[in-house]
Design a protein around this ligand. Structure first.
Ligand SMILES: [Zn+2]
Length: 1021
């Protein structure tokens, strides 16, 4: 109690200087390079008297003057100290990474010119394992006041010394530590240790507390086996971007409101409180949050009691129960004026609540229903109970996209948690299910058992992305989520993984910048695709029981991928599942090598032999790819069928490029054979010309003899094989003719996605008219049978299919479609409050079509509705429709609006607009020119490597001429610091993509046009 009182007095002192820090920080932020968060000005802390107890008591006006002086002095010192820190030998770290380096590639290996940063930081960014945290007492008071968004904090960490040392090294970044408050106490002996000095290691984001070493050489102050408490006061930022503890600003009832909420993953807990910010340094967290009387506070654990803050009227401390053992990236805090909605949970084992701003209560009903059902499903599926007494789901109004799995306090952007049946679309409902089932699956996979280090990020993300499909199929079977994974997950990531500049699932990472780059489709979707493949070849029972064993053995701890493989291996043996080798051996190539194979099936019809070969599938092979010495061969689980009744299986080993198969059944010469049944394997399949012909004949006579997923697979494989030059374009284009009879969502989704490449390549060529005519011809039967109007009896996938067909027909200018869209938009304009005129599922296509064929009036209406809407997902739909205009001046105005803060676009909105505009044939060049001209300004505004990489990718992805490639290279050359050194991989991928487009045009354009001419509905009639 005594210690707490002292701390509170220190907090009050810190509050008086907070204004200074805000001012200094704002200056610093303006100067910072995006994505490379630096901490230079913090180095002034070493001699900064202002943080000391009883330091100068400043008034606000004096603060401003002093802040300016501090800023300039700080800048000078920062440069000097940064040079000092960078130049001297770096602090040695214990090698605690338990993964075998030989299996991994450093992320920088595939980089363009290997970033200097990667090399510099590889050995300096892991904490030494000399002391480990056991318990944190974290106390934070976020100040939610305009002009003074700060967090006053105190942390007290109980550590255990594992190896004698003279220093404690922990993470801290963008935090102003009150250096005079730092204390190290030996517990038990109750002895305060003397501190020699405290330093910041800027690049590594370390705070190093060196203790006084005695006269005797070799004497150390922290002794192996002893326990210590290190404590300090600090002021942290309440940032505007969703990193660390941040503020979300939103309007409610016409009033601007603020809330504070945290986002720690992957490495931002160190921005909120000094801590040991590595996933395998698990500890118990006891949290206390300060708040105003009108607000509520939430954390991972339930509230136990509330006390008034001494000397602050109307402010209270909320004290939360101690957590279970967990990683820093899962710690969560929130302070908001929200409404709680309690879900009905009959069993009483845990409570389940949704927290939203008051005016969005009605939109939380869907999450309230599916949330607790999903959590109960996972308890049953994993056979491990949810260990916390409560689960809170919180919808963050702004400054936050996606969702985060903080243990016991999940955070979501509003558009992915809230759902309004009248206004949101079918896709919005699916998104809510996907995100809720994903974050809840993490409560076991990631939270209870955590990856040992970020290198194995995929271990939680990939597995969860697969398991979420099981959760979704349980909680809302109509979505057919697992089936949809084939197109939205597996086929989607294959597009990225077919590039030479892809990266393996498992990569060696060290620095936060490298860790951040891992959150991509490879970790999530490829991770899920190979998990689905594993589940398929070991069988559902072994998969499920193996998971349960893994979770039980490693709960409250950390694991590496081999732990998981071993669990499956053991279970497969128990269940007598035949495997050609150990699970670990099979799976290693899939995680350690980038890419995937194409299996070529060659039939010898005379002798009834079948041979299969494997080779890495590349959409384009560059001439300069000789440096990579990896042998691209995999253990491939092959499955095949000739009737979808009997399924045969065999393996290709990772040292076999080809093999003659002995099939488990006879195949007649005139009978097709299809490999990769239901596309459970992560590979593409090519056949000899005759087998392709046999498959084509089957599709034309009775396509339902082939499973829905395999129809999707065949179309997607064939079109991509042709794109990669492994198959004549005639084959896939001939196959598309069967689509006139196809009524299922999946094959259409798969084909239209693959065809959209042809669309984007040909859109500005004379041959586009032929392509348009042909696509309309195959779409027409479906358009006519489904109709324009949504029916309440439609299944989820039929609704999605209609939307897709209508979208494509309207986009290609189909008269009936365009007329109907314009009609319903004008009715809506005449009666804006009526939500029934345009069904939510078609709102996007109706608005986009009316705006494309309309003028300023139509555009202004959508913009007005966008600003007025209270439903985040509807806002996103309308925002996207604003980019459909064909009026160049409106497009130019919209681009300018993105960078103009007065317009009030959220950062994410502006990014989305720029990305979507790049897909508009008219807006495309304009957007690239805009991005090129305003790049420097954009880097300051968007301030995130991830976001800028997406913009860069979007604006360049349909470039396909030598001139465009040159423009792109020139742009990269002029902006090397960011595009080459920081956004290395995404820049390389964009360049690869454009090169591939240029070569596609040279090799295939004429061939496709010839085929279309021969099959042109206008000429062939
Ligand atoms: Zn996740």
């Amino acid at each position: 109690m005594e210690e707490e009182k002292k701390a509170e007095r220190r907090d009050a002192a810190a509050a008086t200087v907070a204004v200074v820090f805000t001012f200094v920080r704002d200056c610093r932020r303006a100067a910072a390079t995006p994505g490379r968060r630096r901490q230079r000005l913090e180095t002034i802390d070493v001699n900064d008297e202002a943080m000391s107890d009883g330091g100068p008591r400043l008034t606000v006006t004096k603060c401003r003057a002093l802040a300016v002086i501090l800023f300039f002095v700080g800048c000078v010192m920062a440069v000097g100290l940064s040079v000092y820190f960078l130049a001297r030998p770096h602090y040695p770290t214990a090698n605690s990474c338990s993964t075998a380096p030989s299996k991994r590639q450093p992320l920088s290996q595939s980089f363009l010119g290997a970033g200097a940063l990667s090399q510099l930081v590889q050995n300096v960014t892991r904490l030494p394992r000399t002391v480990l945290p056991r318990h944190y007492d974290v106390r934070l008071l976020p100040i939610l006041e305009k002009g003074n968004f700060t967090v006053l904090g105190r942390v007290s960490i109980d550590v255990q010394c594992l190896q004698s040392t003279d220093r404690i090294v922990l993470h801290s970044s963008d935090i102003k530590v009150d250096l005079k408050s730092v204390q190290v106490i030996e517990r038990g002996a109750n002895k305060t240790l003397s501190i020699e000095r405290i330093d910041y290691e800027t690049v590594a984001e370390f705070l190093v507390i060196r203790l006084n070493v005695g006269q005797q050489q070799g004497k150390v102050n922290l002794t192996k086996g002893s326990n210590y408490t290190v404590s300090m006061n600090f002021v942290a930022n309440l940032t505007e971007t969703s990193a660390g503890f941040f503020r979300s600003v939103y309007m409610e009832d016409g009033v601007e409101r603020y809330m504070a909420v945290s986002q720690m993953e992957p490495t931002d807990a160190r921005r909120v409180f000094p801590c040991f910010d590595e996933p395998n340094m698990k500890a118990i967290f006891t949290v206390t949050l300060g708040r105003h009387r009108d607000m509520m506070a939430l954390s991972n654990m339930p509230l136990i009691n509330t006390t008034q803050i001494d000397g602050m009227d109307d402010f209270y401390w909320d004290h939360f129960a101690p957590s279970l053992l967990m990683s820093t990236y899962l710690v969560a805090f929130a302070v908001a004026n929200f409404t709680k909605i309690e879900a009905d949970v009959a069993h009483g084992k845990w409570k389940f609540n949704i927290y939203v701003r008051t005016s969005a209560i009605s939109q939380a009903q869907y999450a309230k229903v599916i949330g607790p059902k999903t959590q109960a499903f996972y308890e049953d599926y994993f056979q491990v109970p949810f260990p916390l007494p409560k689960q809170d789901l919180m919808a963050i109004p702004s400054a936050f996209v996606g969702a985060m799995e903080n243990w016991g306090l999940l955070t979501f952007g509003e558009s992915v948690l809230l759902y309004d049946e009248d206004v949101s679309s079918l896709d919005d409902r699916q998104t809510v299910v996907e995100l809720v089932t994903h974050e809840l699956a993490h409560q076991w996979f990631g939270n209870l058992v955590t990856m040992d280090w970020w290198t194995e990020l995929w271990l939680k993300e990939g597995f969860t992305s697969y398991v979420e499909c099981l959760g979704a199929d349980f909680v809302d079977p109509s979505l057919e989520r697992l089936q949809q994974f084939v197109t939205s997950g597996l086929q989607a990531v294959m597009r990225l993984d077919a590039l030479e500049s892809s990266h393996p699932i498992s990569v060696l990472v060290n620095h936060p910048d490298e860790i951040g780059e891992l959150f991509d489709d490879i970790s999530y979707k490829k991770g899920a695709a190979i998990t689905r493949m594993l589940a398929s070849f070991i069988g559902d029972k072994s998969f499920r029981d193996g998971l349960t064993n893994y979770l039980r053995i490693h709960q409250y701890g950390n694991a590496v991928q081999d732990d998981l493989w071993n669990a499956f291996d053991k279970q497969a043996k128990v269940d007598q599942v035949f495997l050609p080798t150990k699970v670990e051996t099979i799976m290693d190539a899939w995680t350690a090598k980038m890419g995937f194979p194409v299996i070529t099936v060659q039939r010898d019809y005379k002798n009834r032999n079948i041979s299969v070969t494997q080779k890495r599938f590349l959409i384009r092979k560059s001439n300069s790819s000789t440096a990579d010495t990896t042998v691209y061969l995999w253990w491939v689980p092959l499955t095949y069928t000739t009737d979808f009744q009997t399924i045969g299986s065999t393996w290709l080993a990772d040292n076999q490029t080809s093999k003659n198969l002995t099939l488990e059944f006879e195949v007649e010469d005139n009978q097709w054979i299809i490999f990769n049944v239901d596309e459970t394997g992560y590979y593409r399949v090519n056949y000899d010309a005759h087998n392709w012909k046999l498959i084509g004949q089957q599709l034309m006579t009775n396509h339902t003899a082939i499973s829905v997923i395999n129809r999707a697979q065949i179309m997607n494989d064939a079109l991509n094989l042709a794109r990669a030059g492994l198959l004549d374009y005639e084959t896939p284009l001939n196959l598309t003719e069967y689509l006139e009879r196809e009524e299922e969502f999946l094959p259409w989704e798969s084909t239209l996605t693959a065809l959209s490449y042809l669309n984007s390549m040909m859109q500005r060529t004379p041959g586009y008219g032929l392509l348009k005519n042909y696509v309309m011809k195959i779409l027409m039967p479906l358009y006519n049978s489904l109709g324009f109007v949504h029916k309440s009896t439609d299944s989820h996938l039929t609704g999605k299919l209609r939307r897709k067909v209508v979208e494509r027909c309207c986009f290609m200018g189909h008269k009936d479609c365009v007329t109907k869209a314009i009609e319903s938009y004008s009715q809506w304009m005449a009666d804006p409050g009526n939500t029934t005129i345009v069904p939510s599922v078609l709102k996007g296509v109706v608005a986009c079509t009316a705006i494309r064929h309309g003028g300023e009036l139509e555009w202004n209406f959508a913009f007005k509705r966008f600003r007025q809407s209270n439903v985040a997902s509807e806002k996103a739909t309308l925002l996207s429709s604003l980019t459909c205009t064909q009026e160049s001046w409106i497009l130019a105005r919209l681009l300018e609006m993105c960078l103009n803060p007065a317009v009030g676009f959220r950062t994410q909105d502006a990014l989305d607009v720029i990305k979507t505009l790049a897909e508009n044939p008219i807006g495309r060049f304009m957007t690239f020119n805009f991005v090129r001209d305003k790049w420097t300004e954009m880097t300051k505004i968007f301030n995130s490597i991830h976001s800028l990489a997406h913009v860069f990718e979007s604006v360049t992805k349909s470039f396909n001429t030598d001139m465009e490639l040159k423009e792109l290279s020139d742009f990269v050359g002029k902006n090397k610091e960011l595009l080459v050194n920081a956004m290395t991989r995404s820049t390389q991928q964009s360049i690869d993509r454009v090169r591939s487009n240029v070569s596609w045009m040279r090799l295939n354009y004429r061939q496709v046009v010839n085929w279309l001419q021969q099959n042109n509905p206008a000429t062939s009639q």
